[in-house]
Design a protein around this ligand. Sequence first.
Ligand code: ZN
Length: 403
Amino acid sequence: MKDQSDRIDIGLAASAAPLLSLIASGRAQSRAELIERTGLSRTTVTQRLNALIAAGLVDEAARTLPSGGRPTRMLELNTGFGVVLAADVGESILRTTVTTLEPSILAESTCAIDLRGGPPPVLQTIVDQFQALLQQIGRPAEDVLGVGLCLPAPVDFGAGRVFGPSIMTGWDDFDIRSWLGSRLGAPVVVENDVNLMTLSESRRFWPEVEQLLYIKAGTGIGSGIIADGRLYRGAQGAAGDIGHIQLNSDNPPLCRCGKLGCVEARAAGWALARDLREKGYDAHNARDIVALVQKSLPEAIHSVREAGRVLGEVTADVVSVLNPSVIVIGGTLAGADEYLLAGVRQLVSERSLPLATRELRIVRAKSDGSAGILGAAQLAIDTVLRPEAIEQVIVRYVRSLAQ
Ligand SMILES: [Zn+2]
C-alpha cells in the first residue's frame, strides 16, 4: 500500500473532487463527458482523473453500449473503497448493517432494544453492533465513510434530532448526530422511517421518476415526497405528514395525537384493530389485520376497503397539490393489496383533474422489510458523495493508503 500512496499527490487527488462527484452521481461516465461538464481542459481532466484511478477510487473499463458500436471506455465509482453503516430503530427491535456504496448489504444483525431507557443505552447498542459487524467482515473503522440512522419518529433533519410527540419519549432534542459521530468517526445522518422508505423505493425501483409520492400504511400512516428527483422535507422536516389531517364526519374517532377525526384514527392499523376488537376479533396491529384479510374474514376486508377510501380521500388532495406521476403504497397494510389500493384509485380518479390523473400510476411498494435501512444507507452515501463533502472522502482515503 505504501508504494501506491507515494505515487498519489493528495492535493491533485483532492482537486479532482468535482470529477469524482460527477462520476459517483452518474452524470459523467466518460472522459469526454467530464470535459464537457466541468469546462476543464483535456490535460487537466486527464491529470486529475489519473490520480483518482491510481488511488483506486475510480475504475475505467471498456464496455459496449446497448446501442452497439465500438467498445467505449466507461468511468465508474469503485464502490469497494469504503463502506457505510446503517441502523433501523424499531419500537422494540434494532437492525444494523454494513453496506457497500451501492448500497448492498455486506453484513447485518438484529437485537432487542428498549426505547424507554432514553438515547444513550440504545445508541451504545448501535455502536457495539456496528463494531461487531465490521469485525465480522474484516473491515477497519477507517473504511466507514458515513452512518445513516432510521427512526420511527418525526425528525428535524437539519438538527439531527427527534422532535415532537412520538413513541421515542425522552429523545427530544438529544444531539444524536454528535453522540454517534464522535464515537464512530464518520458523518451521521438521521431521518424518519417514512422519508427513508420513500428514498429507497424511489432509487431502487423508480430511478427515472422525478415526482413520486410514497404512502406508508401500517400501524401508523405517513407519506414521503420526491419532488424534482429529490426528497422534499419542507421547512422543518414535517412535509408529508398526512396521518394527522382531520376529515369531517359525524362522531369523529379520537386519534393517538389527541385530535378528532384524523386519517390515522380512521385508516391506520391500530384504528382498524380497535374496530375489529369491538366486533370480538383478536386484532392488535396492522399485521393482525392483514392476516385476517388473508383468511377472507368479511369484516376485516370491509375495514381495509373503507381504509382505502379514507386514504384515497386525502391522497386526492395531495395529488392536486403535488401532481405526482407515481404513487407507491407501502407499509404492512399494503399486504392487503387491491382491497386497500382500489379505494385509493377510485377516490383519486373521482376527485382529481384529468390532467393530474391521465398518466398517474398507483402501485404497491416493491421493497421488502429492508426499505428503511437501505434508505438510511442511501442517504448517508448521498451525503458523503455530494460535491461539498467528497473532497474530505478523497483526502481521508488517500491518507489511509499511506498507513
Ligand atoms: Zn391525529
